[in-house]
Design a protein around this ligand. Structure first.
Ligand code: TXA
Ligand code: MG
Length: 333
């Protein structure tokens, strides 16, 4: 392993990345949600390297990324009408469908489960790579286990260094939070993770509101491994505040006058009246913009040495619900 990965882009970069996948190596690839750490989904050794590099337990299943919805029947053994409708409406895009897996899916991808997560990513570079590679790739987010997901190639390089051979740079991720995971493998349609496709948008296509599984606190309670509450966390302690409380919270914290405490604020807009010494991160804007900058701001907070980050979430509608979910997970200690 070298100390730094090869960062590539454009048509040549896509060819290099496709070749790396073919020879069983790992590639960090851009998607519209976050960067993924990809390997040939049919190669058990290549997929094992993903778990090693991430430091992720091998019973945490990976999402299989496919080039288009016609591949559904190859990787899933049965596709419900609801799943079909959601794929038609949202692919390519930030939606992962859990379905009963077909014979094509190895245990090494699903951690032995009988379901598989499938997604057609809505990023031209990811789609071009899947086409050039000619297969499917298993890919979790390209961060170390439990840490903040990367939304730029530079984040991946900073996190994984030479543990990944090739980083395909496709610019900053536009959605910025992970895909919405919808379990369509059982009798009931269940949202396991809120993300880039809002629950309102799911409801509009399904004609009913799917049940939303809330974050669980401990591994034993998690219905899907990886849905732990204490995920997506920066080093800074995230504290969620209402917009009319953030100044008061900042005052209470700074009144403690503890030299070890560095207070930061992340809010949709400029906050007036913060005490001196509080670091105000650049405002995150409306829900869509907030989602797209969230992980970069959390990383920035760590770089600035912020120990306590007061976060005013955007309204919890549309992708704002996913932003609030990630802030809640990040706030669990
Ligand atoms: O936006 C995304 O979904 C990104 C990009 C790279 O596509 N991927 C991503 O993967 O967020 P990951 O592995 O970081 O998160 C996927 C989550 C994990 O918590 C995993 O346990 C769960 O989905 N998952 C995947 N397949 C599953 C299955 N068959 N059953 C239950 N949970 C599953
Ligand atoms: Mg992840």
């Amino acid at each position: 392993m070298t100390d730094s990965p090869r960062v590539v882009s454009g048509p040549e970069g896509i060819a290099v990345a496709a070749e790396a996948l073919r020879s069983g190596r790992l590639v960090a690839l851009p998607t519209e949600t976050v960067y993924g750490l990809a390997a040939d989904a049919t190669d058990p050794e290549a997929v094992a390297a993903i778990f090693r590099v991430k430091g992720r337990p091998t019973d945490h299943p990976l999402i299989v990324h496919i080039a288009d919805a016609t591949e559904l029947d190859r990787w899933a053994s049965s596709v419900s009408p609801e799943a079909r409708a959601l794929a038609d409406a949202f692919w390519p895009g930030p939606l992962t469908l859990l379905l009963t897996r077909s014979e094509a899916v190895g245990d090494w991808v699903t951690g032995g489960r009988d379901t598989v997560g499938l997604r057609v990513p809505g990023h031209p570079v990811a789609l071009a790579l899947l086409e050039a590679f000619g297969g499917a790739v298993a890919a979790p987010s390209a961060n170390r286990f439990g840490k903040v997901s990367p939304t730029t190639a530079a984040h991946v390089v900073a996190d994984l260094g030479g543990d990944v051979e090739v980083v395909l740079d496709g610019g900053a991720c536009t959605v910025g939070v992970e895909s919405t995971i919808v379990d369509c493998s059982g009798d009931e349609v269940l949202v396991l993770r809120q993300g880039g496709v809002s629950v309102e948008a799911l409801r509009a296509v399904l004609g009913f509101g799917p049940r939303i599984e809330t974050a669980s606190a401990s591994p034993g309670e998690a219905r899907a491994p990886g849905m732990l509450a204490a995920h997506y966390a920066p080093s800074a302690q995230v504290i969620i505040c209402a917009s009319d409380q953030v100044v008061a919270e900042a005052m209470v914290l700074s009144a403690e006058d503890d030299p070890g405490v560095v207070i930061g604020v992340l809010a949709p807009g400029v906050v007036e009246g913060l005490p001196v010494g509080v670091i105000e991160l650049e405002p995150a804007g409306d829900a869509e913009r907030y989602a797209s900058v969230l992980y970069d701001r959390l990383r920035q907070a760590d770089r600035l040495g912020i120990t306590h980050l007061l976060c005013v979430p955007p309204p919890a509608v549309g992708v704002g619900a996913a932003v609030l979910d990630r802030l809640q997970r990040a706030s669990v200690r």
